[in-house]
Design a protein around this ligand. Structure first.
Ligand code: PEP
Ligand code: MG
Length: 749
């Protein structure tokens, strides 16, 4: 039975409360008072406020009167979850007289919510801004009346500004002390996107930013002597040397560079000598290490140059290692150990490298897109990786067993025995799959005998081995910027010459296509501070960067021309070309380099083929002119789709809009293929779309005969090609091109 209230009275109270506390930073007490007041007024057993945490994409219980007090901060739900999520998602009030019967109801363990059957909730919003949800609950069924809903709605609108202030302050970290640590139950099963294929099962290593910080206040009790310190130094040096060697094997590009800074510091008399002096003066060794380390970290962190500031991480890394060796404490905390499953919010390419070197089993990222560059790097480093947009993964307990199926995108936490058994069986089967890879043929043909060239995308030299093993017919895309990205300094012309020499020496037989530096956007050089932009994807990236810094561009071109001097066919292509002028200027610099080298009497390739990447809609509009002047065209679908559909390729929030089968994309691809055909130029596709089997029919039907792909996909793609008839592909492509809607294309796919 509904109980009637003097709702007007409450509105006045709330107005006063809001006015009194809106400017206050005592956020928690404001929210607590508010829920208590509303509960009292509505005679409800429970009143709760959920605020939307944009970073986590979750509604978080921020204050409650009636539910278990420790549920504050712990209870989090996605907008897709529960009745509260529905109120937020649909921005409408819901009044349920028997909540547990509603299929949308979601109960949380241990917060006593199951005791309350009458449920009423209204959205809290301000203009377009969705702020949260206000919920009232009563034990008895059929208890709330329409008047109660109206009252709650009025309260929500009256306190929206004050609640929004509270939410803003919480997001800035204020009110933190009042907020209990958000330890919601971590998920047991999450499905994400596969960024790098593979299977792994191992203990979780959660890289949360706070956990990665070195503690300067840790208490290192225990008696350590100067001799212990010297021993720890020696041990650290040996470990670093071993790591260095491992890095060289896995990634020749960065060979000696990754741990150079660490080793240099270990030998530095001011750094290590300073520690020694403090110990000799009676300070305890751990305290001496921390004091000196902190001094250098502070110095480096205050430097105006980002690449120098980043060195503070190296010092921190070194200190952790040194302290670990001195005291026996955990020192490898930052990237997880061998076989573990790293769970992180996001990663920098350099971190990815360290993780791969630690031989971790797999990575689960909470942010990012599968065509982003860390994903590409994960594939090169053969680390299985899933990207799952679920921040609660960061709550998985350290060392909890995690199974990552980076074939289907499924991540299981504390997997049941049955899943583990199937994992073991599949792993055994994968070993047989390796044998299948070796049976792959060098050439690929459709059922009716049309040849399709399957080239390899190479990001790092470590990719070459697999490319050769699966008999790639050459390199269709060498992403030359990766060696630049994983180093601390720009490689010189000589270093590049040596690197490209190694690439050519170990390449799969066949054509080689160097893509000149594609820096910028998400591929920023840590050591190059000048390019920091508001909107880097539309900024000074790729060929624009090379044209702006022609000295760096020349060094690269000279190194390529010199290294490739004996190749019968050397291909060089320019990324992100948006005009004929871009192409002509780049080609002119290439011509000048050939001329310079000739005058210097340095051996070099005299007549490389010069290609253009089609990645910008403007290049599509000019494709005939470009095809007329360039020797070949290569479609970079990752960027082309990004710019054509205005979807950030690395932003998982809009991943659902990144649609290779969008009718506009299909028509664009067809247009480029036709231009290539009309001008007698080869058109290849080298973005991630090229290896997706579901698009194969379209690509072949549209006239594409060359695909450049990550080598892991070659065996399966070749098999798929052999099942297709060209005439059928053409019919399908035609039908797909007739479609105006996504749904139309999806039906055909
Ligand atoms: C592309 O954009 O499709 C491409 C191959 O280049 P990258 O992924 O390196 O930007
Ligand atoms: Mg690109």
């Amino acid at each position: 039975m509904a109980r009637s209230r003097d709702h007007l009275g409450l509105l006045c109270d709330v107005g006063e409360l809001a006015a009194r506390l809106a400017g206050s930073s005592d956020i928690q007490s404001f929210l607590d008072q508010l829920v208590r007041m509303i509960a009292r007024h509505l005679l409800s057993n429970v009143c709760s406020i959920y605020l939307y945490d944009e970073d986590a994409g979750e509604l978080v219980l921020r204050a409650t009167c009636g539910l278990a007090p420790d549920s504050v901060g712990r209870v989090r739900l996605k907008p897709e979850e529960g009745l509260t999520g529905k109120v937020f998602r649909e921005q409408r009030a819901i009044c349920e007289q028997h909540a547990s019967l509603n299929p949308d109801f979601k109960g949380f363990n241990g917060i006593n919510e199951e005791l309350y059957e009458s449920f009423m909730a209204v959205p809290v919003c301000k203009g377009m801004e969705k702020i949260g949800v206000l919920v009232a609950q009563r034990e008895e069924k059929n208890s709330f009346a329409q008047d109660d809903v109206k009252a709650l709605r009025a309260i929500a609108s009256q306190v929206a500004s004050a609640i929004e202030n509270a939410r803003m302050l919480i997001s800035l970290g204020l009110g933190e002390s009042a907020r209990p640590a958000p330890v919601v139950e971590p998920p047991t099963r999450v499905r994400g996107d596969v960024a790098s294929r593979g299977l792994a099962c191992g203990p979780a290593a959660v890289l949360d930013p706070a956990g990665r910080k070195l503690s300067f206040t840790a208490d290192y009790s225990g008696n350590y002597s100067l001799a212990d310190f010297e021993l720890a130094l020696e041990k650290t040096e040996n470990q670093l040397a071993a790591l260095q060697e491992k890095a060289g094997e896995r990634l020749p590009e960065s060979a000696s560079l990754i741990f150079d800074a660490h080793l240099m510091m270990l030998k530095d008399s001011a750094f290590v000598g300073g520690m020694r002096k403090r110990i000799e003066n009676g300070e305890s060794p751990p305290a001496a290490v921390l004091a000196l380390g902190r001094h250098y970290i502070d110095l480096l962190s205050a430097n105006p140059h980002a690449y120098i500031r980043e060195k503070a991480h190296d010092v921190e890394d070194l200190l952790r290692r040194l302290l670990g060796n001195l005291t026996g404490a955990e020192s490898e905390l930052d990237v997880g150990g061998e076989g573990c499953v790293v769970i992180a919010r996001d990663l920098y390419p350099s971190e990815m490298l360290k993780i791969a070197l630690a031989n971790v089993g797999a990575i689960v990222l909470v942010n990012g897109g599968v065509t982003s560059h860390v994903a590409i790097l994960a594939r090169s480093l053969r680390v299985p990786m899933v990207i799952a947009d679920d921040a609660s993964l960061l709550l998985v307990l350290e060392h909890a067993p995690v199974l990552v199926d980076a074939e289907t995108g499924e991540v299981l936490i504390n997997p049941p025995e049955e899943a583990l058994r199937s994992f073991r069986e599949r792993q055994a089967a994968r070993e047989t799959l390796d044998a299948v890879a070796e049976e792959t043929e060098r050439k690929s043909f459709t059922k009716d005998g049309t040849q399709v060239k399957l080239l390899a995308n190479i990001n790092l030299l470590s990719d070459l081995e697999l490319a050769s093993r699966v008999k790639a017919e050459g390199i269709g895309l060498y992403r030359s910027e990766f060696p630049f990205l994983i180093r601390d300094v720009m490689p010189s012309e000589e270093e590049q010459f040596v690197l490209y020499g190694k690439l050519l020496e170990n390449r799969p037989e066949g054509t080689v296509t160097f893509r000149t530096l594609d820096l910028g956007s998400d591929k920023l050089l840590s050591y190059f501070d000048e390019v920091r932009e508001e909107n880097p994807a539309l900024g000074l990236r790729s060929i624009r960067f090379s044209l702006k810094y022609p000295d760096a561009f020349r060094q690269q071109l000279r190194a390529i021309l010199r290294a490739g001097c004996e190749l019968p066919e050397l291909r060089i292509m320019f990324p992100l070309v948006a005009s004929l002028e871009d192409f002509r200027q780049a080609r002119e610099i290439l011509r000048q380099c050939i001329e310079e080298l000739r005058v210097e009497e340095t051996e070099c390739h005299q007549s490389p083929l010069v290609g253009v990447m089609i990645e910008v809609p403007a290049a599509v509009a000019l494709v005939d002119a470009l095809a007329d002047e360039a020797d070949f065209l290569c479609i970079g679908t990752n960027d082309l789709i990004q710019y054509l559909l205005a979807v950030d390729r690395g932003n998982e929030k809009v991943a659902g809009y990144f649609l290779p089968h969008h009718p506009a994309v299909l028509r664009t691809l067809k247009r480029v293929a036709e231009a290539g055909l009309a001008h007698g130029r080869e058109v290849s596709v080298c973005g991630e779309m090229a290896h997706e089997e579901k698009y194969l029919k379209f690509l072949l039907g549209a006239g594409i005969r060359t695909l450049s792909i990550d080598s892991q996909y070659r065996p399966a793609l070749q098999k798929k090609i052999s099942t297709l008839e060209l005439a059928e592909c053409q019919r399908t492509a035609e039908l797909m091109l007739e479609q105006k809607t996504l749904a139309g294309v999806e039906e055909l796919l």
